[in-house]
Ligand binder design. Structure first.
Ligand code: CMC
Length: 427
């Protein structure tokens, strides 16, 4: 049997053979299905892209039913255990793990682009002391576009790579400046002798000491969290990166668009929302009452559910284990007990079981961030740092893809039919 779909249009009685390629039909093939010559042709309606593949991608594989996540074919569990964030970032961008020479050169390139232009620093000083760090991050990433006019040359591979280095390198610097700005603390310049997460901790926390020495367990835990958040195929922010980038805008403004999408509480903003929720619940005894309110539709259980995962999010399993390693250094965060009880009750409750709602990546990450003394407001920024690697990897793939055209969906028009303008005095 050929891989085709036979469609009968009952309006006309006509039949159409649509090719099926890798379990997918081309939406453009529907256009031939018409009732008359001047008919535009059949459209598919998919408001949140729930069942639409917007691109071909070789970056990340996700099987939501089986709880599988792989970057370039490598299981997330193996990468979290044996790799580093910068190695994973190379893998995402280039498609293969680097050899020693390639890795050294990659790390060198990233660490030598960590500084922010002094005027960029000044720009950040202009933010109000209580500005949300995500607002500062979005604006400051966008502002990078004004410093690097070469970024517009998106057809040149080397120029594209330069922006990739700059973005992966500078986002942690911007993130830490956003934090220090909110406390009125002086900015800390990057220390290029430290690892990527170690330098981030340095820029966040260094005070009067001549050199910041990160705790190796905490540095590694942060690196693992960075690996887990690095990419997640066509999620909301990656779709924004591709959508803005498809107009051939430069990667900085595209990345600012992606970061803006991440800010929302249904996406990267959920980790912040989880912490607020756990604090609101306050104690293990209050959990059943809270679950009842969620089931009554008063609010959502933040950190639960996912558009694609209909099983335990594999990242949540790793994060839960990492939390205990962190607690050995920092002491236990009491919120973990509330989270465990929430998870226990939810996983036994028909409401959550029936809807296949499981803990997602954000459920436990905030508890670790809090143990690492990151303020709640900065949690989504901590998601944005590693996701930048995914955004640029997907952007590089999109630019090189011959199928790429400007993202421009269709609509079903539901507005008024043509009518004549009525002057103000007659309305
Ligand atoms: N708590 C309670 N009920 C929920 C939840 C939740 N967290 N998530 C979904 N539901 C219910 C929802 O009310 C609906 O029930 P019904 O069929 O009775 O109307 C059903 O489950 C399906 O929900 P949906 O809104 O159609 O699912 P979606 O695929 O559009 O939404 C989601 C996915 C992640 C936005 C949603 O599960 C959610 O809001 N979760 C809480 C926020 C969160 O943790 N977000 C982080 C996602 S993972 C990190 C990332 O990728 O950014």
């Amino acid at each position: 049997m050929p891989d085709t779909l036979t469609v009968t249009d009952n309006r006309t009685g006509k039949q159409y053979e649509l090719p099926i390629d890798r379990g997918t039909i081309s939406a453009s093939d529907l256009r031939q299905i018409k009732v008359s010559d001047d008919d535009f042709g059949l459209l598919s309606h998919d408001p949140a892209f729930s069942n639409t593949a917007s691109c071909e991608s070789a970056v990340t594989y996700l099987d939501g039913d089986r709880g599988i996540l792989r970057y370039r074919g490598y299981p997330i569990e193996q990468l979290a255990e044996r790799s580093t964030f910068l190695e994973v970032a190379y893998l995402l961008v280039h498609g293969e793990l680097p050899n020693k020479v390639e890795l050294t050169s990659w790390i060198n390139n990233i660490t030598h682009h960590t500084m922010l232009h002094e005027k960029g620093k000044k720009l950040m000083e202009g933010f109000h002391h209580n500005a949300h760090p995500m607002g500062m991050l979005v604006s400051s990433i966008g502002a990078l576009s004004t410093f690097y006019s070469d970024a517009k040359s998106i057809d040149d591979f080397d120029t594209r790579m330069l922006q990739v280095y700059r973005l992966i390198a500078k986002v942690p610097t911007i993130a830490s400046y956003a934090y220090r700005n909110s406390l009125g603390l002086p900015y800390v310049y990057p220390d290029n002798s430290l690892s990527y997460p170690g330098n981030f901790l340095n820029m966040m926390y260094r005070m009067a000491e001549p050199r910041y020495e990160p705790d190796p367990t905490l540095e590694r835990a942060l690196d693992v969290l960075f690996i887990l958040h690095a990419d997640h195929e066509q999620n909301c922010s990656t779709n924004a990166m591709r959508s803005v980038g498809s107009s051939r805008a430069d990667p900085y403004v595209s990345c600012a668009g992606a970061a803006a999408a991440l800010y929302g509480p249904l996406h990267g903003g959920a980790n912040e929302a989880v912490l607020r929720m756990l604090n609101e619940i306050g104690s293990v005894q209050n959990v059943p009452k809270y679950i009842e309110r969620v089931k009554a539709g008063e609010m959502r259980l933040m950190g639960f559910g996912h558009r694609v995962y209909k099983n335990y999010d594999p990242r949540a399993t790793i994060i839960k284990n990492t939390a205990y390693q962190v607690f050995e250094v920092t002491g236990k965060n009491p919120l973990i007990d509330i989270a465990l009880e929430l998870e226990r009750i939810a996983l036994e409750d028909e409401y959550f079981v029936g809807r296949k709602l499981y803990p997602n990546v954000d459920f436990y990450s905030g508890i670790i961030y809090e143990a690492l003394e990151f303020p709640t407001q900065i949690f989504t920024v901590l998601f944005a740092i590693p996701r930048t690697a995914g955004w640029v990897a997907q952007w590089m793939e999109m630019i090189a893809d011959e199928e790429t055209r400007i993202a421009r969906p269709r609509q079903i028009y539901t507005g008024a039919d043509e009518r004549d303008f009525v002057p103000l005095e007659d309305r």
